[in-house]
Design a protein around this ligand. Sequence first.
Ligand code: IPM
Ligand code: MN
Length: 359
Amino acid sequence: MKTYRIAVLPGDGTGPEVIGEGCKVLDAAAQKFGFQLEKTTYDLGAKRYLRTGETLPESVLQELSQFDAIYLGAIGDPAVKPGILERGILLPLRFRLDQYINLRPVKLYPGVQTPLRDKRPQDLDYTVIRENTGGLYTGMGGISNAGTHECVAVQNMVYNYFQVARCLRYAFDYARANGKKARGIGEENTLALVLKTNVLQYAGQLWMDAFEEIGAAYPDVRRQYYHVDATCLYMVNCPEIFDVIVTENMFGDIITDLAAATQGGLGVAAGGNINPDEGGVSMFEPIGGTAPMWTGKNAINPLAAIGAGAMMLKSLDERDAGDAIERAIAATTPKMKSQQANEMGFTTTEIGDLVAAAL
Ligand code: IPM
Ligand code: MN
């Protein structure tokens, strides 16, 4: 039987609760589809940091790089100064494992309330591909005269051709294989580059030139360009125009929170940090945080974590099992009162049971 080695990082806050339900559903899928998941749990997160001062020890990083995939809950705690765990654990994992794609499907499941009036599931069905290792996230820059009125700070949006080109190639391949036409629901596969070329002339030109150059090899994928601010407007007013979006790191971070709101909130939004290269290790996570106020109450929505598990199976080439989990989620959402914590009409564990049973 095929066995996959999974590193499980439940993390902090409600992370362990949602990952618990995700593992429940993954185990049900493994049984049904005839493969095995061998899980190893790691305690990275706030508790370990507060106890030992460690964020991501090099030895743990080396161990993690040996797994088939990583399944992450959420990291963060009000007791730790903002930024320490993000820059100490989550971002180094993405950078050091070279997970250069952040894949965030935006999908309105049936029965889920969206704040977008009159929008239906078929109107809200696109994917954001966010560059995941460069841009403003590289931490390059500096500050002088900090804490005085002479203070000057620089934070650089750093990209090279290689980074941009590999992200765009992934995006074109993704649009070719998973765009609306590929799924039989549209006239053409479309990849939209989202940036701000009217202001960011240097990074904008690098992205735009590479987009045109690489896109020439994909005559079956229509190319579109939108400014990021206009994109926010369209995501609310006419999300049906989107198929696959590719964008730089920080813009991708921001627009995927907006996208999550339109699909029912962070309780349903799943994502994957992908290293598509041979032997690369990818990491899957609900895109929301640790929800401290709901921790330990069995009230948080586990669907985002369950959806991240489905994405993980697809990346491991258990596509049928991943699709089946997504159908099981779609069979569960109509039974729920809401996607918000504590208002679902069910507890966290009951939602996990419902999805596992639907599967
Ligand atoms: C996300 C998060 C992270 C990011 C934070 C926690 C560093 O917001 O995964 O979207 O900015 O990428
Ligand atoms: Mn974010």
